[in-house]
Design a protein around this ligand. Structure first.
Ligand SMILES: Nc1ncnc2c1ncn2[C@@H]1O[C@H](COP(=O)(O)OP(=O)(O)OP(=O)(O)O)[C@@H](O)[C@H]1O
Ligand SMILES: [Mg+2]
Length: 332
């Protein structure tokens, strides 16, 4: 969060702007306050984009759709003005770092954190997809992390820009800046084909790998190189933990119809959860198996304590129990 700069607007619609949250391909984002004191993130669209032909219409349509996409896992879009001199869109302010910021500051997440993040994102996507909406720009800077799970931002807005760009330009470098990070795009998007819900699932697979390793599965490089890799090359899972690799690969299948739906991912992760102890401390793989053995031993001890006498468990304790009695006997 940074102070406002000289050229930054002070008021947008009914919102008083207080800080600059950042900027991306579409424009600048500010922290704003409503007259009632509610905090919102106001995205102010770049002027050159706003003046592109047909942009305002697409922006209006997508903002309307985005406002309908609510739910627990997103920052609710609360307001937008496609007709303002500089169009803007306001969403609920989420007080947490983006996944990109989190990984840049503290490195990759551990396996359990990635599993929970993936589950949260799958739930978010499932709820969007159920209402017929597709995000199309799921990437580390569009996922904000708060204590009770991830929030997906910039929902729907990207489409206004995507259509603008793919319709009007064949310049991949330029398309790269507008479409976000090409390394998180699905192959169908990279080829300019229609992108439905499976495109979001592909991006989720890329996010999973990024969260677990700090690198996207198609690496870094110029836009055209990344787009080529997304379409033709196998993903590089790097050091993604073993327990998450199959999930990532399924999401990253090249053909949209081969990928699981977001809803299927939710139930798959829900079934996996009991096997991974959520409260377990962070451990390295060899330690983990020792930890499991120790926990199992504790469980067995707890269960077997009552019948211990009859089953002859813990022979070492019997003398201890008996000894004081014998001692007392001798004294008498
Ligand atoms: N609803 C929100 N709550 C809190 N922070 C937000 C919200 N929306 C955006 N931000 C923050 O504003 C900053 C800029 O976001 P922006 O979407 O402009 O960047 P980007 O995602 O990198 O690029 P783009 O989405 O335009 O391709 C990001 O750091 C993001 O975390
Ligand atoms: Mg964004």
């Amino acid at each position: 969060m940074k102070p406002l700069e000289a050229g930054d607007p002070r008021v947008v619609g009914p919102y008083r702007l207080t800080f600059r949250l950042g900027s991306g391909g579409m424009g600048r984002v500010f922290l704003g306050q409503s007259p009632a004191g509610r905090r919102v993130a106001v995205k102010v669209v770049r002027e050159d984009l706003a003046s592109s032909s047909g942009f305002r219409e697409r922006f209006r349509r997508e903002a309307k759709l985005a406002m309908r996409a609510g739910g627990f896992w997103t920052a609710q879009v609360v307001d937008a003005d496609p007709d303002a001199a500089v169009p803007w869109i306001a969403s609920q302010y989420v007080d947490g770092p983006s996944l990109a910021e989190r990984v840049a500051r503290h490195g990759p997440l551990d396996e359990e954190e990635v599993r929970r993040l993936t589950g949260g994102l799958a739930e978010a996507l499932a709820s969007f997809h159920k209402t017929g909406l597709v995000h199309r720009d799921l990437k580390p800077s569009n996922v904000l992390l708060v204590d009770d799970g991830p929030r997906v931002i910039d929902f729907g807005v990207s489409k206004a820009f995507e259509t603008l760009e793919t319709a009007g330009s064949t310049d991949l470098t330029r398309a790269g800046t507008i479409l976000g990070t090409p390394g998180f795009m699905s192959p169908e998007q990279a080829q300019g084909q229609p992108a439905g819900p499976p495109a979001d699932v592909f991006s989720l697979g890329s996010l999973l790998v990024y969260a677990a390793t700090g690198n996207g599965p198609f690496g870094e490089g110029p836009s055209h190189t990344l787009l080529f890799r997304v379409v033709y090359e196998e993903p590089d899972l790097g050091a993604t933990p073993y327990g998450l690799r199959e999930l990532a690969l399924d999401c990253l299948r090249k053909a949209p119809e081969d990928r699981p739906s977001a809803a299927a991912l939710v139930s798959r992760l829900a079934h996996q959860r009991p096997r991974s102890p959520i409260r377990a401390p962070r451990t390295e793989p060899p330690e983990r198996s020792r930890g499991r053995t120790r926990r199992r031993a504790v469980r067995m001890r707890t269960r077997r304590r009552p019948p211990a006498r009859s089953k002859g468990v813990r022979p070492a304790r019997r003398p201890r129990r008996g000894r004081p009695r014998r001692t007392r006997g001798k004294r008498r």
